[in-house]
Design a protein around this ligand. Structure first.
Ligand SMILES: C[S@@+](CC[C@H](N)C(=O)[O-])C[C@H]1O[C@@H](n2cnc3c(N)ncnc32)[C@H](O)[C@@H]1O
Length: 307
């Protein structure tokens, strides 16, 4: 394990790999309805696509805050926005706790959850089945836990649960056993090939897709981050403010949908739902950005109270 740790020291890359196309951009703008003078909190600002569009409509101010846990993204945001807004290198749960603790509120909040194109395209980040790289998958290059640690040190029982719950993997037991048998597993291609042994024959998506999703969710604590942040986002919304969340898989969408349903449109609720059904990408967007195919946008507004 020690040997591997050195491999995962800060893999910070230059900002030239910023080819991330924001998903559902026009839909986000239509639902958030940014107005001049409003404040904005972007919890997953990435390479600034959504932020740029929205900040150009509301005006730049240090009261608007852009958060990302990825060092490359944060560096890019700092270059792009040059101190005209506040940029935080943080996971969004910690950032939300900090901002709520300071009593801050925002008119517009966006969380475009998940990985960015540079995460998937840069082999050294170890997220991709296609590009061979070290088993890493950390969105935050300074985080302690990597995919290598999960794959090579979790017990067979822990791996089975993780694959079943985070990957919805029907062959969780078999794959967990194969992983343990083949340790140490060092690279994304090794992992993909080992998992494929559990799925002989043809399958439309790569048989390791669910395993990669499950490990990535565990490494980045993705579901807990979302579940614990939603109440904070509600409290960070100013009266009349709008919150939009874009998710990329059903586990996340379920958490968002449930929270919005349980906290809206009843006599004592603070929120009202703006999207009866999730908004998804149309055919034109899918042609230029296939990554948008699984994106689901849900939004709520905070009810203005009289007095
Ligand atoms: C889909 S990209 C966002 C792209 C961005 N909206 C844009 O237009 O460029 C998701 C970003 O969220 C970040 N991210 C994901 N989960 C996070 C979390 N829990 N806390 C902070 N950042 C997170 C990732 O590092 C990544 O840069």
């Amino acid at each position: 394990m020690q040997k591997q740790k050195n491999k995962y020291k800060m893999q910070i890359n230059t900002p030239k790999q910023k080819n991330h196309v924001p998903v559902l951009l026009q839909e986000v703008v239509s639902i958030l309805k940014p107005k001049n003078g409003e404040t904005y909190l972007d919890l997953t600002a990435g390479y600034g696509g959504h932020a740029n569009e929205i900040l150009n409509k509301i005006g730049f101010s240090p009261l608007s805050v852009l958060v990302d846990r990825d060092c490359n993204a944060v560096r890019e945001l700092e270059i792009l926005f040059k101190k005209r807004v506040t940029v935080l290198h943080s996971d969004f749960l910690s950032a939300s706790k900090k901002l709520a603790g300071e009593g801050k509120t925002f008119d517009l909040i966006l969380a475009d959850i998940g990985v960015s194109s540079p995460h998937l395209n840069e082999s050294s980040r170890g997220f991709s089945i296609q590009h061979n790289g070290p088993l890493d998958m950390r969105m935050d290059q300074t985080a302690a836990l990597s995919a290598y640690d999960v794959v090579n040190s979790y017990s067979v029982e822990q791996l089975e649960v993780l694959l079943r719950v985070y990957g919805e993997e029907p062959k969780a037991k078999k794959i967990a056993a194969i992983l343990v048998e083949n340790r140490p597993i060092e690279t994304t291609h090794e992992l993909a090939e080992i998992v494929a042994q559990a799925w002989p024959g043809y399958s439309k998506v790569h048989p390791a897709t669910r395993t990669f999703q499950a490990i990535r969710i565990a490494v980045n604590d993705e579901l807990q981050q979302l579940q614990s942040s939603l109440p904070l986002w509600e409290s960070l919304l100013a009266p009349g403010g709008r919150l939009a969340v874009i998710s990329f898989h059903s586990l996340e969408d379920r958490i968002v949908k449930r929270y919005f349903n349980e906290h809206s449109d009843s006599y004592d609720a603070n929120l009202t739902i703006l999207t009866k059904r999730p908004i998804t990408a149309g055919p034109n967007e899918l042609l230029i950005n296939p990554r948008a195919r699984s994106a689901k946008l849900r939004a709520v507004a905070k009810i203005k109270t009289n007095g």
